[in-house]
Design a binder for this molecule. Structure first.
Ligand SMILES: NC(=O)c1ccc[n+]([C@@H]2O[C@H](COP(=O)([O-])OP(=O)(O)OC[C@H]3O[C@@H](n4cnc5c(N)ncnc54)[C@H](O)[C@@H]3O)[C@@H](O)[C@H]2O)c1
Length: 452
């Protein structure tokens, strides 16, 4: 969400009509709110350790650097070269290790940020919670439904603060979308469409394999843990998202961000009741197990009737990029990576001539007169569309980390807590279950399992 942000000057230059071609639109730049800044009573900073200093771990460290209430005091990674990568990302030195349990043993560590491959989320979270550490765990919270509930129970049993890592939940863009949704201006919403499309090898997880990757630099057994023994395979280590033993495919990588966004905007914090997926591996025939195109239709229960959510991610065409559209009876809300636009629908009663086309002129005339008599008042036209844009460089990850540190001090739940994170991850598991079983996947709340 850091890319493609407009400056105030860009806004003036492009003018109001540029954002939504041909329509009147009022454009505003969103104002960032100050980072949450609670500190413990003794005034010290939250001392956190980073577990996993790969792509995301380094990103988290770069963002954490901007949060004045916390300080990184150690990091762990299974690939020794990444110890230095973490230190470089943070821009300050700290001790590093290959064994994260050494960090959990330290009394001076308050919390951990977990950015490991998905199949380690459960193990690390359970160990951290048992060691009395608060946990920020990257999305998808879980690698399986069972893992998610085990994590939820461990966090609650140990009275830990937990935050899942879909940072858009803390973004001012999503706060604006939530405000518009809560105002009722959308009317009834029964349909939501969201996509995240890419068209590049990096967008399809074909990440670089460094020349020093070997069993000497990588703790391969430590990576596999209980995922099934196999000889060292750097492709599986660096491109784990492609494989079911370690990753969660498009469902875990991108659907969870979209679902977390939908949850925070609408307040729907529950698993879908059923899901149907389709898709396939069409372009990246590199031995991967997850599809490079995935589409899922979900039914979500809601007090006002079901909400039907259509998610689709394509790694073979980037049109539309990232976006969420909520279709309401009186308005439409569209989020892109850095804008949210509300467009009211014109629902004023009007004489709809089409239906009278197969009748006589006299019938049509009578119908029009009756319509006019029944609708004597002219209601005001709907207002203009409104667009809100993130300021350039807005870092929702820094805000998300700040909110977590704040909760570590206040002991109050964050929005994206273990229940929220688990529900979003269940959406990923429903999608993958349906895809691999080629059948509708149903959520059985009583047994907390997926049925087909
Ligand atoms: N919130 C976001 O926008 C976002 C973006 C990218 C990735 N992620 C999530 O972050 C997580 C990491 O993704 P990535 O792209 O950084 O992967 P990556 O492969 O680049 O890095 C993962 C690192 O974790 C390390 N690791 C795994 N198990 C470990 C353990 N037990 N102890 C210590 N280190 C361990 C590996 O050695 C590896 O270096 C994933 O869950 C992913 O879904 C979130």
């Amino acid at each position: 969400m850091k890319a493609n942000c407009m400056t105030r000057r860009d806004f003036v230059r492009l003018g109001a009509g540029a954002a939504v071609a041909g329509a009147a639109v009022n454009s505003s730049l969103l104002e960032p709110v100050a980072l949450a800044a609670q500190t413990p009573a003794d005034g010290r900073k939250i001392r956190f350790a980073m577990i996993g200093t790969g792509i995301r771990g380094c990103d988290l460290l770069r963002s954490a650097r901007k949060v004045p209430t916390g300080v990184c005091v150690g990091a762990a990674d299974l690939y020794s070269t990444r110890h230095q990568a973490g230190v470089e990302a943070y821009g300050a030195d700290f001790p590093t290790t290959s064994d994260y349990r050494a960090l959990l043993d330290r009394k001076d560590v308050d919390a951990v940020l977990v950015a490991t491959s998905d199949h380690h989320h459960r193990r690390v979270t359970l160990d951290a919670a048992a060691a009395g550490k608060d946990v920020y765990c990257e999305k998808p919270m879980s690698h399986s439904v069972e893992d998610g509930f085990a994590m939820l129970e461990a966090v609650q049993a140990n009275k830990r603060i937990f935050q899942a890592g879909s940072q858009r939940v803390s973004s001012i863009l999503y706060a604006k979308a939530r405000e518009i949704f809560a105002s009722g201006r959308l009317g009834e919403v029964h349909e939501i469409d969201a996509q995240w499309n890419r068209n590049s090898p990096g967008g399809a997880w074909v990440y670089p394999i460094p020349p020093d990757a070997s069993p000497e630099t990588i703790d391969w057994k430590g990576f596999l843990v209980d995922a099934g023994d196999r000889p060292f395979d750097a492709k599986r280590f660096f491109r784990w998202r492609c494989f079911t033993d370690y990753g969660s495919g498009l469902g875990g990588d991108l659907f969870v961000h979209l679902l977390s966004g939908i949850q925070v905007i609408t307040g729907m914090n529950t698993p879908a009741t059923r899901a149907y997926s389709t898709g396939g591996i069409y372009h990246f025939k590199d031995g991967r197990e997850f599809p490079d195109l995935l589409e899922t239709l979900y039914d979500f229960p809601s007090a006002n009737g079901d909400v039907h959510v259509h998610l689709h991610c394509n790694q073979n065409n980037d049109s539309g990029g990232e976006g969420i559209t909520l279709y309401g009876s009186t308005g439409t809300l569209v989020l892109t990576g850095n804008t949210v636009t509300f467009t009211p629908q014109d629902v004023r009663p009007k004489f709809e001539a089409y239906g009278w086309g197969g009748m006589t002129a006299a019938q049509r005339q009578k119908g029009m007169e009756e319509f006019k008599a029944a609708h004597p008042e002219t209601l005001p036209a709907p207002g203009d569309a409104e667009t809100f844009t993130l300021p350039r460089g807005y870092d929702d990850t820094a805000v998300h980390i700040a909110n977590f540190f704040n909760a570590v001090v206040t002991r109050e739940h964050v929005v994206e807590d273990e229940v929220f994170g688990n529900n979003a991850a269940i959406g990923c598991h429903l999608a993958n279950h349906s895809y691999f079983h080629r059948s509708v996947a149903t959520w059985d709340a009583a047994s907390k399992t997926i049925k087909v």
